[in-house]
Ligand binder design. Sequence first.
Ligand code: ZN
Length: 636
Amino acid sequence: MRKVVFIIGLFCSMLVMAQDMEAIIKGERAAYEAKKNYKFKRSGQEYDLTYQQLNLTIDPGVRYINGSVYSELIALESNFTQFSFDLDSRMTVDSVHFEGGSIPFVHNNDEVTLVIPSRAKDDRVDVEIFYQGDPSVNEQNGFSFDYQQSGPISWTLSEPYGAYGWWPCKQQLYDKIDSLDMNITIPKNNKAAGMGNLIKVDTLLPDSGFVYHWQHRYPIATYLVAVAVTNYYEESHFIQLSDGDSIFHLDYIYPSYKPQADTLRWAIDGMMRGFDSLFGDYPFRKEKYGHAMFGRGGGMEHQTMSFMSRLDFDLMAHELAHQWFGNKITCGSWQDLWLNEGWATYSNAIALELIKSKKEHHDFLIKSIGRATRNNGGSVFAYDTTNVNELFNGDMRYRKGAMVLHQLRWQIGDSAFFEATRNYLKNTDVCYGFAYTADFIDEMEAASNVDLSLFFDRYVYKEGFPILSVEWNRINAKTISINLSQTTSHPSVEFFPLRIQFHAKWEGGDSIFTIDHSQAIENIILDLGRKVEELIIDPNYWNLAKYTLFEGDHSDMSAVSIYPNPAEQKVKVFVLDKKVDALEITDCLGRLVVEYEILQLKNSTIDIDVSHLKPGPYFIKVSAEGNQSTTKMIKQ
Ligand SMILES: [Zn+2]
C-alpha cells in the first residue's frame, strides 16, 4: 500500500509505562544505545510492496536465525530491472529466487540489490531471499537474545531503525505491507508470538519443535512487524464490546509472571471497550489483540500483539491506544512521531478518566505538565530524527504531545475534539496508511470550524510554554479583581493566548468560570455575586502552563456606588460610612489616567469630571479609611 508519495523523514513507534513513563519510552525505542551509528535507509522507492512472508527458524538459546523472506511487489517504474531491500551486511544471503530460478544479487552497504529481466511499470514481481546470521550484532538492537526466569527468549523491536538488522525489508514510512504471513519454526516447549491470527501450529517430527503460522490481513508498517519466542504459557478470552461484537484477546505470559498476570490482565477489557467506543472500532477486529512479554523495559505496540515488560494499567492503555494511533494511522515521518506517542500518552489519561478516578486522571495530567515544563525549550515536532534518544524524548513527544491534545480538547470542546478524532481515524486518505501533522490539524479545524494554525504553530512547531503570575483580591463583597501577567519560557513564542478556568469558593457554595487571557498583562474584574474566600486556577489541569497564584489584599467595602455607569460627563462616587481619601482612574491596561486627592466628609457624594476621557472601559479605584475598592466604569 503506497499512500504517501513524498517521503520527508523517517519513522515512528511507541511504548509503555508503569510507575513511570520513562520505562515506556525506553521500551519503544529500539535503538537508544545506538544513536550515533544511525544510517538513513531508503531502499525500495521503485516498487510498491503488496505482500511479505517471513519464514524463519528461531531458537532463543542459539544466537542465530535462518530462513527466507518472500515478497510480492508492483513495479513503479518502466524498465524495472533492479531493486533492493534493506538488510544488515553482516547477515549472509545464500540465494535469491525469482520465477523458479536463482538470480544475481549484490549485498553491501546493508542493502541487497537484485537484478531481474526487465519488467514493465505495474508488473507484479515475486522474489524470495534466503539468508542466515546472528541478527543481534546490529547496532539498532532490533533483534535480542536474552533470558527470562524460566528460560531463554528472543524478541524483536524494530522501531525506529532496527528492521533491516534481522530481515530483508523496505525500511521506511510511506509504503505499508498490505498483507503479511509469518511462519516461525521454534524448539518444542516454546511459543512464537506474531501478528494477526494464529491459523495453525505444525508439529515437527520427531517431536522436535513447532511451526507457528501467523496470518495478518491488514496493512502494516515495517517497524510494526515483530516476533518473540520463549516458553510462554497462553491465556485467552473474548472481550465483549458495547455493540455486541467481541474481540479475541490473547496473552503470552512468562510462567514466572502468572500470579501477577492472573490479576492484572483483565484491565484490558475496560480499556478496549472504552477506546473502541470513543475512537471508533478497534482497527484489527477481525483478528485479535494480545500481549506477549519481552525483556525490554516498557512495551512496544507491535500490530495486534503488543510486547510488554509487565501488565500494568498505564502500559496496557498506552500500547492498546497505539493500535489506533501509530498502527492504524502511522506517522508519515519520524518528525511527526508525536501523532503516535502524544496520542498514546493522552489515551492513557483518557483511560484513567474513563475507568479509574478523577484524581488519577488529574495526577497523570499534573505529571505530564511537570515533565513538559521542566525544560524551557523543546518542541513537540521532532526536528532532529537522527538521534534516537532525542527522537523519543519523553518530555516532548509523549508528555507535551499529550498535553497539547488535552489543551486542544479544552480549546474546541469535547464534542468537536472527539468527532475530529473519529473522523481522522476513518479518513481513507490516512487510515491504514500514514499521516502528517497537517492531516491531523485539517481534521481538527474541520470539526471545530476554528482556525488552529496559530495554536499548532505555538504548541507543536515552536518551543516553550506560558508562565503566569496571577494575583487576585476582593475589591468589594461581591467582586474580585484578577491581575494576569504572562511571560514565556522560550523566545520563539512571545505570548500564548489561553482559556483559563477558575474555581471560586465561598461560604456554602462555589462556582467554575472561564476567562480568555488575551494579552500579556491584563486586569479582569468579575462580579460573582458572592464573597469569594478561595480561588483555584485551572482546577482541571487543562492548560500546558506554569502558574503562580497570589492572594492580594482584600477590600470589602460593601457600599461603594458609582453612577451613572456608563457615564458621559460626570460620575458620582459615594461610599457608605467611610471617608474617601483618594481616587484614581486607570485604563483597561492598568495605566493610571487621573489621580485625585479628596477632602471629603463621610457620606457625602463626590463628583468626578470624566468628560475628557476617551470612550472605553476604565477602572475607578477608591481608597477610604485604609480600604480599597475598584469598580469598572464605561465612558461613553
Ligand atoms: Zn508509545
